[in-house]
Design a protein around this ligand. Structure first.
Ligand code: NCN
Ligand code: DMD
Length: 351
């Protein structure tokens, strides 16, 4: 099987969620010892978990696992971020060592962490907690030509798929997505514009601290790159033209989670951009996505509206690393637990 065939198999493995199980869960929520609808959107999360699992009372996710997909971007050379590119590798090492913000949040919610280097410009030093699946030393500059070759995209998708598959084999039952990569809010904005049809202005934000001049430069780069896309470009062609290696790895992770009927928790604008690509490849995989939070990056809201996903949290986060998704883990777990463990209204013995 060629690498491209293996990606096709990942896409083909994604099945529709079970609408019957969802309807059963909705009916069960209404029969529990509480006023109907009183757990608000938590009830919708529970019903969606039922649809994903194909069971009216879905299992409570007990083993969340975070995969942080990391890579660098050639467009960094255009001055789209105030941060040096070397910070990507430095942060990858910090995440693998358990000393990043996401590490603290992962410990808070009991999530395991895998840090996946699919293409940092400078190779991180080997350490426990770091998986090396380097496809290239960063992408090419998307402002002057395609960021990746077709082969690179496929290899990065498979790298994310393999890492996520390993996590699921190890017992992870809630796949939490995160990213690390300086300049990746530019690539994310371009992906979101390409997949939703929104303008560069609507989807481009300040990222990790762009000033007004830098933001204007980012917008113009996004406009130009999206404008050069051939009309009717296939999802993987769009990804190759304007995306990043970490976006591609995230697409692979999403396809594997959805293909194995495991809930996939999205984080900020980078994972939202990858989610659009995964949805373009396999529309049914949206049924397995849960939007952990709404990033302050404007493209995040545009992407989630396109996917018709409601973010669970809105805390003004704009960090990445999976931090917003991790914070949403207890809500997902609570939704399944309340659905399973609350008494029925018919069991009440008033007076
Ligand atoms: O998750 C988000 O929505 C988010 C929003 C702004 C910035 N980030 C993080 O900041 C880095 C990209 O920012 P920038 O300005 O270099 O494109 C990258 O490492 C992301 O994880 C992440
Ligand atoms: C320090 C730093 C940490 C990050 N974590 C995710 N993106 C980041 C960007 C920067 C700059």
């Amino acid at each position: 099987m060629t690498a491209a065939d293996r990606v096709r198999a990942l896409v083909d493995a994604v099945g529709e969620v079970d609408e019957g199980a969802r309807a059963g869960a909705v009916a069960r929520w209404d029969a529990l010892a509480k006023p109907p609808g009183s757990l608000g959107r938590v009830e919708a999360v529970g019903a969606r978990l039922a649809a994903m699992a194909g069971e009216e009372v879905p299992p409570v996710p007990a083993s969340p696992g975070l995969i942080v997909c990391a890579a660098d971007h050639g467009v960094h050379a255009q001055g789209v971020t105030p941060w040096p590119q070397a910070i990507t590798t430095a942060m990858v090492e910090v995440i693998a060592d358990g000393k990043a913000s996401c590490s603290a949040l992962a410990r808070t919610v009991g999530a395991s962490v895998v840090t996946l280097d699919v293409g940092c410009a400078v190779e991180p030093r080997p350490r426990e907690g770091l998986t090396s699946a380097r496809v290239a030393a960063g992408t090419a500059d998307l402002s002057v030509g395609p960021a990746m070759t077709a082969d690179e995209v496929v290899l990065a998708v498979l790298a994310g798929a393999t890492a996520a598959g390993q996590m699921l084999d190890d017992g992870v039952d809630l796949l939490v997505l995160g990213d690390m990569g300086l300049s990746n809010t530019t690539a994310s904005a371009a992906l979101i514009a390409a997949f939703t049809g929104a303008s560069a202005e609507e989807v481009t934000g300040a990222g990790a601290g762009a000033d007004a001049d830098t933001l204007a430069r980012k917008q113009s780069i996004v406009r130009g790159a999206v404008g050069r896309l051939p009309s009717g470009a296939a999802p993987l062609e769009v990804l190759a033209a304007v995306g990043g290696l970490e976006h591609a790895a995230l697409v692979g992770a999403i396809l594997v989670g959805a293909g194995r009927r495991v809930p996939v928790l999205l984080d900020g604008v980078i994972t939202d951009a990858a989610a659009l690509c995964a949805a373009a490849l396999a529309p049914a995989c949206v049924g397995y996505m849960i939007a952990g939070h709404l990033s302050t990056e404007p493209g995040a809201g545009v992407a989630l509206r396109h996917l018709e996903l409601d973010a669970l949290l809105d805390l003004d986060l704009r960090l990445g690393e999976g931090t917003g998704a991790l914070l949403a883990v207890p809500i997902v777990q609570a939704a399944a637990r309340a659905l399973a463990e609350t008494a029925l209204i018919s069991e009440l013995t008033p007076g």
